[in-house]
Design a protein around this ligand. Structure first.
Ligand code: HEC
Ligand code: HEC
Ligand code: HEC
Ligand code: HEC
Length: 264
């Protein structure tokens, strides 16, 4: 009995001496903020942070700021707008979000755990080489990040499979392939086998073109497939009267190789 009491006293002493943590009389976040949404949960449920500390940099650890916290509210219009932007921009050509999409780039359902909202916003504002620049307005970036986080909050536990790897290094096969030779001056594409190919931004980024996450931009609201791509390359103007793209002459071997590497 005596030993138990002294262990308890030592533990209490330790807690006391850890200072800012478990600070006596500390009321958590509301020490500095006026509360809101009190019936919807604790501050840290929506904003993260550490409510045990009164030191601002600890209390704000991995904080989700107000503008990125909209996704915590049910049926939120910011999230709805963001989801619409994800659909119309074709983000799922390359990313999985909301448990749907190609895995040619990072799995966005892992975002809530892995990446701070500010970093997600920055990645959209100043995109990586093989991600198109959409020139979004700041307010649209906020909507996109909230939509990504909303899906991530639901699907995070499914996102643990290893993300497929993008190789950026140059090797012989990379520079000799049909895409780089005949399309790469105007287009880019992310591929499973060869990573990112091409360096042109005149034409659209063709990543995931044979998947249902690419635009239905062939003709009459139709998806692309290998047969339709062949038709297009023979003479794009047969499909789209005013298109800027010139016909590309390819041998049957080159065509087959091209279709093979563009398949996600
Ligand atoms: C010691 C005082 C203090 C404590 C404790 C504290 N905050 Fe803050 N918080 C501030 C101040 C000051 C700012 C504004 C300056 C800044 O952003 O650093 C701020 C900013 C914020 C913002 C950003 C507001 C925005 O622009 O969106 C959020 C969200 C927030 N705090 C939530 C929390 C939460 C949640 C906790 C508890 C886990 C907490 N704070 C604990 C002082 C505090
Ligand atoms: C149900 C989710 C939710 C809970 C719980 C919640 N917040 Fe918020 N918070 C939000 C949202 C959404 C925003 C941005 C929109 C708004 O201000 O209404 C926000 C904005 C903020 C801001 C910045 C804007 C402002 O009002 O100054 C601060 C600071 C903040 N919250 C602190 C807190 C603190 C402290 C608590 C705990 C007492 C808390 N929040 C609880 C969702 C929540
Ligand atoms: C053509 C392919 C492609 C498309 C389309 C695309 N991205 Fe990306 N995205 C990338 C690549 C490549 C990266 C950087 C490498 C990586 O994170 O996998 C990236 C990175 C990101 C990141 C950073 C992820 C992290 O964890 O750091 C975010 C956020 C993001 N993209 C959001 C979007 C959104 C939102 C859209 C649609 C508006 C979009 N992307 C469309 C290819 C694409
Ligand atoms: C000289 C530049 C150039 C070359 C080379 C080129 N393209 Fe294009 N491509 C374009 C332009 C510009 C567009 C956009 C046309 C438009 O908006 O109508 C385009 C559009 C496309 C489209 C339609 C995509 C969509 O969603 O609308 C496909 C598919 C395509 N190109 C495939 C290819 C392939 C495959 C190659 C190589 C075999 C290639 N292109 C070579 C310039 C080029």
């Amino acid at each position: 009995m005596g030993i138990r009491v002294s262990v308890l006293i030592i533990l209490l002493g330790l807690l006391w001496s850890t200072g800012p943590y478990f600070y006596k009389g500390h009321k958590g976040c509301v020490e500095c903020h006026s509360p809101h949404f009190e019936t919807d949960g604790a501050c840290v449920d929506c904003h993260r942070g550490d409510s045990r500390s009164h030191r601002i940099h600890i209390a704000h650890y991995r904080l989700i700021q107000g503008e990125y916290a909209c996704f915590t509210l049910p049926d939120n219009s910011v999230v709805r707008d963001g989801r619409r932007l994800i659909d119309t921009s074709g983000c799922r050509r390359c990313h999985e979000t909301g448990h749907q999409g190609n895995r040619l780039a990072s799995h966005l359902d892992a975002s809530l755990d892995k990446t701070l909202p500010e970093a997600l916003a920055l990645a959209i504002k100043s995109p990586a080489v093989f991600m198109p620049n959409f020139y979004f307005h700041e307010s649209d970036i906020l909507k996109l990040v909230n939509a990504i986080l909303a899906s991530s909050a639901v699907y995070a536990s499914d996102s643990n499979e290893t993300a497929r790897i993008i190789h950026f290094e140059k090797n012989k096969e990379d520079s000799d392939n049909t895409f780089n030779k005949h399309c790469g001056s105007c287009h880019r594409v992310l591929t499973q086998q060869l990573g990112g190919l091409g360096q042109g931004d005149i034409g659209p980024n063709l990543s995931g073109i044979f998947s249902r996450f690419y635009f239905k931009s062939f003709k009459d609201d139709k998806f692309w497939n290998s047969k339709r791509l062949r038709q297009w390359l023979k003479n794009p103007r047969d499909i789209r009267v005013n298109t800027q793209m010139p016909p590309v002459k390819l041998t049957e071997d080159e065509l087959r190789h091209l279709i093979h590497i563009m398949n996600p």
